[in-house]
Ligand binder design. Structure first.
Ligand code: ADP
Ligand code: MG
Length: 501
């Protein structure tokens, strides 16, 4: 097998990052922040600063929004659908051609294992563009026969919603950024994108590739900076027509309030506390490793992570032992360390948060089956935490009710086989993002799937995102859907046109 990356490429990237701060990408050009300010970028594997980026604020957002508006009224607005598709396909190719550099940047910035960065992040991003490029030529309205007196020709148009503010989190920085711009571009919108302050690097590289692909200036603008400055300025800006946000539920709520000023359209993909339900007849050879990686994958920093495990009492000990064994063999390390299966958490803040939850679990009576502590010492200078399994956990405990966003699994048993009772336990959450069900009895599986209040339900399979599958939440997990037809249509306004004949 090929080595996952070449050390000389890594050296070049490090030297380049050390040489100068990353800049904002506004109106097709790289520029410093108007204030001249920059912020540090920290390697989560070491806790050391290894790069810096321009700290955009209100002034920069204003320039970016104006550039996006000019592109919408000008070059991008006039680009025909097939040409939009072609540019998006070109960008997908450039992403693949720069895959090694992008994966290295992603792994350095976020801490994720390089193999995950390559396949989930970089390839996933290219596929987002290819899928959505197909939509550019397939967005249609409909013809309608109204019941008004006389003869009419009536139809709907789907027009681009306008200038879109895309705000993305730090857990899958690159694929999230691309998944936000791809459907918006397909629909004919222009964009101001803000990556998370913890992970700005791949978004800046995306700006270079967008320029190289030949998109018109101002079509996509990328402003790195903090949520409370650059992010809030996007959400407040009267020139932004829609905000698409992925992140925490509390920030989502703040965005919803702030967007009310000019009634921005809002799509929110927020937190989760997703149940994994294992029936006694499940194929445990598959269910156990999937349950483990459903919470330990990307160190649990996954909005759809399966963080509440419900297992039938007849197999509870066997399943919990299996997940615990997987936790004990899981190779935790830096994203670029060969063989790493789980990287560090993204930041000190996230480490404190996860350790705080584990401590609260212990206070509330949970037992730490395995893990529960920070990993320190040689090779663990950054924000590492052990994969953790809690037992004796029940609804009402903070570790069961709240999103931890770390590799911490709560485990609950059920004795009753009644589907409604199981559904009630699984639905006992203010979130409703995803759920997994493991059973060989499709009737039980589908009955439970119908009763679960979540945007995504997977039966007998692990997680993963597909650009064709709608993604989003019930309840406090969000508003609207991304991906699929719904995801593209969310970037359009419907106009009903009627002609009296
Ligand atoms: P976390 O708290 O884990 O950092 P957030 O949901 O706050 O997660 O962050 C996700 C994204 O939202 C980041 O890009 C962040 O900068 C941005 N953000 C944070 N606060 C705000 C805000 N008030 N308005 C707009 N964007 C924000
Ligand atoms: Mg925050």
């Amino acid at each position: 097998m090929n080595a996952p990356f070449s050390p000389s490429t890594l050296d070049k990237i490090r030297a380049d990052l050390a040489a100068a701060p990353r800049q904002l990408f506004i109106d097709g050009k790289f520029v410093p922040a108007a204030s001249g300010e920059t912020f540090d970028v920290i390697d989560p594997a070491t806790g050391q600063v290894f790069a810096s980026a321009a700290s955009g604020d209100r002034q920069d957002i204003d320039l970016a929004v104006k550039a996006a508006r000019r592109a919408l009224d000008g070059a991008w607005g006039k680009t025909i659908p097939s040409q939009r598709a072609r540019l998006m396909l070109k960008l997908a190719e450039l992403i693949e051609a720069n895959g090694e550099e992008l994966a290295l940047l992603e792994s350095l910035d976020n801490g994720m294992p390089i193999m995950m960065a390559k396949f989930a992040a970089v390839m996933g991003a290219a596929e987002q563009l290819r899928y959505n490029a197909g939509w550019a030529t397939k967005i249609t309205g409909e013809t309608i026969d109204p019941s008004w007196p006389g003869e009419w020709h009536s139809f709907t148009l789907r027009e681009p919603v306008g200038v879109v503010g895309s705000i993305v989190p730090w857990n899958f920085p690159f694929v999230m950024a691309v998944a936000k711009i791809a459907p918006a571009l397909a629909a004919g919108c222009t964009i101001v994108l803000k990556p998370a302050e913890q992970t700005p690097l791949t978004a800046v590289k995306l700006g270079q590739l967008i320029a190289e692909a030949g998109f018109p200036d101002g079509c996509v603008n990328i402003v790195t900076g903090f949520g409370e400055k650059a992010g809030a300025a996007i959400v407040d800006h009267p020139g932004v027509d829609k905000v698409s946000f992925t992140g925490s539920t509390s920030t989502g709520r703040a965005i919803l309030h702030a967007a009310a000023g000019n009634f921005k359209r809002v799509t929110l993909e927020l937190g989760g506390k997703s149940p994994v339900v294992i029936f006694p007849d499940a194929d445990l050879e598959k269910a156990i490793p999937a349950a483990a990686m459903g919470i330990f994958g990307n160190a649990g920093q996954v909005c759809a992570a399966g963080s509440r495990l419900f297992v039938h009492e007849s197999i509870f000990d066997q399943v919990v032992e299996g997940v615990t064994r997987r936790a004990s063999t899981l190779k935790v390390g830096g994203g670029l360390t060969p063989g790493t299966e789980m990287g560090p958490l993204v930041s000190q803040e996230q480490l404190d948060r996860v350790l705080g939850y584990i401590a609260s679990g212990a206070e509330e009576g949970a037992t730490v089956g395995i893990g529960g502590a920070r990993l320190e010492g040689e090779g663990y200078g950054g924000y590492f935490v052990q994969p953790t399994v809690l037992t004796g956990t029940t609804a009402g405990m903070k570790v069961v009710d709240e999103e931890i966003f770390g590799p911490v699994l709560s485990t609950m048993r059920f004795g009753d086989d009644d589907i409604d009772t199981i559904a009630k336990a699984a639905n006992a959450s203010e979130y409703g993002l995803a759920a997994s069900i493991w059973t060989r009895d499709m009737s039980s599986g589908l009955k439970l799937a119908k009763r679960i209040k979540a945007g995504t339900v997977r039966i007998n399979g692990g997680g993963g995102v597909d650009p064709a599958m709608p993604l989003g939440g019930f309840k406090q997990s969000g508003w609207g859907r991304e991906n699929g037809r719904a995801g593209v249509e969310a970037y359009t306004e419907i106009k009903a046109v009627s002609v009296a004949l």
